[in-house]
Design a protein around this ligand. Structure first.
Ligand SMILES: Cc1cc2nc3c(=O)[nH]c(=O)nc-3n(C[C@H](O)[C@H](O)[C@H](O)COP(=O)(O)O)c2cc1C
Length: 153
């Protein structure tokens, strides 16, 4: 079975909810197993067991949070090979895909053994603390289903 870990950071719970729905979508696809893990609970020694590592962050000042950036650097130190990745962010406005693009760039530079399985997903929130804007959550579900389907190919 193809295994995925979905690691996220979330200050107010919106990126957590997006991550939960992504995992729900992934686990709808048979033959794949996705595990949701808050960033602080990620055991780096276990990362090698997963075929795909998804990373989610709120957009903080036009990029991923400092902890997520550090996490991506640590993924690079693991020298993973033949693994896949995809990223997602939540943002307030005007910064559509900005954190996603920066995370993808950082992964490409620091952890090149992680290949992008899909372009990232950017999810809008209505205010600093959310909630997630109407119509955005279904995108999380579709993203999860798409990634899990690609994982099996
Ligand atoms: C310190 C800080 C900086 C932020 N900077 C931006 C920003 O530059 N652009 C943006 O669209 N949203 C920005 N936001 C809003 C966050 O993207 C929003 O709070 C987040 O999506 C909520 O996700 P969470 O509930 O998972 O923390 C910022 C929020 C915080 C707390």
């Amino acid at each position: 079975m193809a295994k995925a870990i979905v690691a996220y950071e979330s200050k107010y719970g919106n990126t957590k909810l997006a991550a939960e729905i992504i995992v729900e979508g992934m686990n709808q696809v048979s033959g794949t197993g996705a595990m949701l893990t808050e960033l602080n609970d990620v055991d780096l020694t276990q990362i090698g067991e997963f075929d795909i590592v998804l990373v989610g962050s709120p957009n903080h000042m036009g990029g991923a949070t400092r902890s997520i950036r550090k996490f991506i650097d640590k993924l690079g130190e693991l020298k993973l090979e033949n693994k896949q990745t995809a990223v997602f962010d939540t943002y307030l406005g005007g910064d559509f895909e900005k954190a996603v693009k920066k995370m993808e760039k950082q992964i490409g530079e620091k952890a090149p053994g992680l290949k992008l399985i899909s372009p990232g997903l950017s999810i809008r929130v209505d205010g600093m603390k959310g909630p997630i804007t109407d119509g955005e959550l279904p995108k999380c579900k579709e993203f999860g289903i798409r990634i899990a389907t690609l994982m099996k190919e």
